[in-house]
Design a protein. Structure first.
Length: 406
């Protein structure tokens, strides 16, 4: 009996599911402890840090504020990243709040037809990033016990993300939809932005009470889904460790990565980080290797984000025509860029240069992190708005100048 490719995939998936179930039953105690750890991470960090931003994102989209900002930010986002102006909202939320809010907002923009398929694939690939609370609070302070490393980890991650966004502007050509949007945009930008806000609010039609209730329900439902993925992949990763499967694969990876100068101690964190970001970065901080190698691998793992986050993104994009393949390739490229930029930024720290705001970083906790996240979100929006308006004014001045020269 012969099976086609789809049937073979179904059979293999079923076998893997059955084997995983058997292993969870055999190592039930380890699976239970791993599930508790995953639940603790979700309840103590992920839920309180993401819930406000999920609700805010839903409310701002329902009120038409995102449409308003999108019109004002079009002059920057369109030429730089070849995405619509509303992409700046996804970028600011993604950079400030972390996984998987960038993917959630991108999916919402696509469902509302505020971006086309290609723009959505570009957008989700560079706006779904880690958050400062995780990189500074959890990784730098909690795992490495070096608050000063938080700057180099966050800077390398964000810089590589923006570089990735610029690279992705060359992914496929501009579509007819984008050119139509640019033609509509030729009118006065502030009038156009207000028109977009009013139209979006009319089309939504929900009262403020309904909008708030729907936003809370949608946000909690999404976070429950995220929590499920975190717990599931915590269990799977622990099962791989106790069965020795990670050790076997690590030996194979060592053979492949040794020509690159990566020590044996960093192979286990790399393989663990392939599945789950927190476990991988923690193992990286504990590895017997030079600090540069530890931070470089940790940043590569953070940029890759792990199969757990990829599964969350796939769920967020479900129901849209945005494909996951470009996102996966972008994660690989982001990992390479983040590791390379980490090496470049590490030079001042190798000379024992410490930032003057070390005490602030050392006291970085969840409460301060949420406030810091709001500040980053508003700062990114303010900076992008300033740059967008500057580009817009220069373009208007240029048009007036050439008009008088004629």
């Amino acid at each position: 009996m012969s099976f086609n490719q789809q049937e073979r995939k179904i059979i293999i998936t079923a076998i893997i599911a059955v084997l995983t179930t058997i292993l969870v039953i055999i190592f039930s105690e380890e699976a239970f402890n791993a599930a508790l750890e995953g639940l603790k991470v979700w309840w103590d960090i992920v839920f309180p840090s993401l819930l406000p931003f999920f609700i805010i994102a839903e409310i701002l989209m329902g009120l038409g504020v995102v449409h308003f900002m999108g019109a004002l930010l079009e002059p920057l986002m369109r030429p730089l990243f070849r995405v619509p102006g509303v992409g700046a909202f996804a970028m600011a939320m993604g950079l400030a709040s972390g996984y998987p809010i960038g993917a959630k907002i991108t999916a919402s923009l696509r469902r509302k037809n505020l971006c086309n398929k290609v723009e959505g694939e570009r957008l989700v690939s560079f706006t779904n990033t880690a958050d400062p609370l995780f990189m500074i609070g959890a990784v730098a302070v909690g795992m490495f016990h070096r608050a000063d490393l938080g700057i180099i980890i966050a800077a390398a991650h964000y810089i590589s993300s923006l570089i990735l966004g610029f690279i992705l502007r060359f992914y496929k050509g501009d579509s007819r939809e984008s050119r139509v949007m640019e033609k509509r945009y030729k009118q006065n930008i502030f009038f156009y932005a207000l028109t977009e806000l009013i139209e979006a609010r009319k089309n939504d039609g929900r009262s403020l009470g309904e909008l708030l209730g729907d936003s809370i329900k949608e946000s909690i439902s999404t976070l429950l889904l995220v929590g499920g993925f975190i717990i599931l992949f915590s269990v799977i990763t622990r099962i791989f460790i106790v069965t020795g499967f990670i050790g076997m694969i690590s030996n194979l990876l060592l053979y492949l990565l040794s020509p690159l100068g990566i020590s044996q101690a960093m192979v286990l964190p790399l393989f663990s980080g392939f599945f789950e970001i927190t476990n991988g970065t923690n193992l990286s901080s504990q590895a017997q290797a030079p600090l540069l190698h530890q931070v470089m691998i940790a940043n590569a793992i953070i940029a890759w984000s792990g199969l757990s986050v990829h599964a969350q993104v796939a769920t967020m994009l479900n129901g849209t025509d945005i494909k996951l393949k470009p996102y996966i390739f972008a994660r690989i490229l982001h990992s390479i860029l983040a590791a390379g930029i980490t090496v470049l930024l590490f030079i001042p720290y190798s000379q024992k240069i410490e930032p003057t705001f070390m005490p602030l970083l050392e006291s970085f906790d969840l409460q301060h992190g949420i406030l810091f996240t709001f500040i980053i979100f508003l700062s990114i929006l303010a900076l992008t708005l300033f740059l967008s308006m500057t580009i817009y004014l220069f373009s208007k001045i240029k048009i007036i100048f050439f008009h008088f020269r004629r």
